[in-house]
Design a protein around this ligand. Structure first.
Ligand SMILES: NC(=O)c1ccc[n+]([C@@H]2O[C@H](COP(=O)([O-])OP(=O)(O)OC[C@H]3O[C@@H](n4cnc5c(N)ncnc54)[C@H](O)[C@@H]3O)[C@@H](O)[C@H]2O)c1
Length: 325
């Protein structure tokens, strides 16, 4: 039998705290060499891009593949979202697909979880810090949730080029997180924050990196192609740079590839992978005035660990529909 889980079923059982626990474990496995993580395969039919993201986590006993597509004309042409994803979870003992679940909500939560874990290892430890979220879309919501799991926040700022998006974000996330969220009127106003997140669809830098205050931590999660970046050279240069994966950063992240290729920053500026902080191979933040930066491209190990968690919770709560395929 294969268990089928739709988006609302996944959302009803997946929370950030538990997701951060398994995502941290997945990054640990990556650093310890017990994760199998091929780079994602991309196929580009005329209308969009289709990505295949498999991973195997030996210690966790998790094997899965996410299929995610980005079709920009979907909303207008087919009344479907731009990004659609499904995860196939397998039993590593038999190879059998034991669960097919919606991957949209799962992707946003697992992306938030990686930033939450990075924030735990890299942000200053003091309570009452202020978060600043660039972007008020799907990912941005989960980013704020994750940052508020990692640190006790006093309030948050949100900035988006769409005022309507900001309004909806505040209406939804303020009560959900029981947090004061303020609409910032400019990117400069966001510099009041201690923990910044960039979660926009912008392909060019969204703030002036010279204006970031000492002691800040930044999670950069938006852009992930060699020619696109949300972060300018100044902030990358000023930061201790931690990536989710060295390989992914130098294949997909314009944020570091553009300044490195221009000769403005040496490749060695890449300080560590997140897993190396988790295993203690390298220290995270060393002092309170350091600026730390986590660049996330999104790895299949995050999806695989999260899918296993969702499956186990669904089975325990008797949620979903079993079908014979
Ligand atoms: N790192 C990962 O693992 C990961 C995972 C999923 C998505 N993403 C990426 O995250 C980004 C956001 O995805 P989403 O699903 O939230 O998209 P979305 O369309 O829901 O939200 C993006 C928001 O960014 C805003 N925006 C665009 N340019 C801006 C600017 N210059 N300043 C402020 N706001 C700006 C848009 O108005 C929009 O509200 C995309 O680039 C997506 O590919 C990354």
């Amino acid at each position: 039998m294969t268990l089928i889980l739709n988006r609302s079923e996944v959302a009803s059982i997946l929370n950030m705290k538990d997701c951060m626990t398994v995502v941290e474990q997945a990054f640990r496995e990556l650093a310890e060499g017990t994760a199998v993580l091929p780079l994602r395969t991309a196929i580009t039919p005329p209308e969009g891009i289709s990505l295949y993201m498999p991973a195997y986590l030996k210690q966790m006993g998790a094997l899965a593949c996410k299929v995610v597509t980005v079709y920009k004309n979907n909303p207008v042409k087919h009344n479907l979202p731009t990004t659609i994803g499904k995860v196939l979870l397998q039993d590593p003992e038999t190879g059998n697909v034991i669960c097919i679940m919606d991957g949209g909500y799962l992707t946003a939560v697992r992306t938030g979880a990686a930033s939450g874990v990075a924030t735990r290892y890299l942000a200053r430890k003091d309570n009452g810090q202020i978060a600043g979220i660039f972007g008020a879309g799907v990912q941005a919501r989960m980013q704020l949730w994750a940052v508020s799991e990692a640190r006790k926040l006093s309030k948050a700022y949100v900035y988006d080029v769409s005022e309507e998006a900001v309004k909806k974000f505040i209406e939804e996330m303020g009560p959900k997180l029981d947090l004061e969220i303020i609409a910032a009127s400019s990117a400069d106003e966001m510099m009041k924050a201690d923990i910044l997140v960039t979660a926009t669809s912008s392909a060019s830098p969204i703030f002036d990196g010279n204006k970031v205050r000492e002691g800040s931590h930044i999670n950069g999660i938006g852009s992930h192609s060699p020619g696109a970046r949300e972060l300018d050279t100044a902030i990358v240069k000023r930061s201790k740079f931690v990536g989710d994966s060295y390989e992914a950063c130098f294949k997909e992240a314009g944020d570091i590839m553009i300044p490195v290729n221009a000769g403005e920053i040496p490749k060695e500026h890449f300080y560590a992978e997140l897993g190396e902080l988790i295993t203690g191979k390298k220290p995270g933040r060393l002092h309170n005035s350091e600026i730390t930066l986590f660049k996330s491209n999104g790895l299949a190990i995050q999806d695989t660990a999260t899918a296993k968690l969702v499956y186990e919770k669904a089975v325990a709560a008797d949620i979903g529909m079993n079908v014979e395929i």
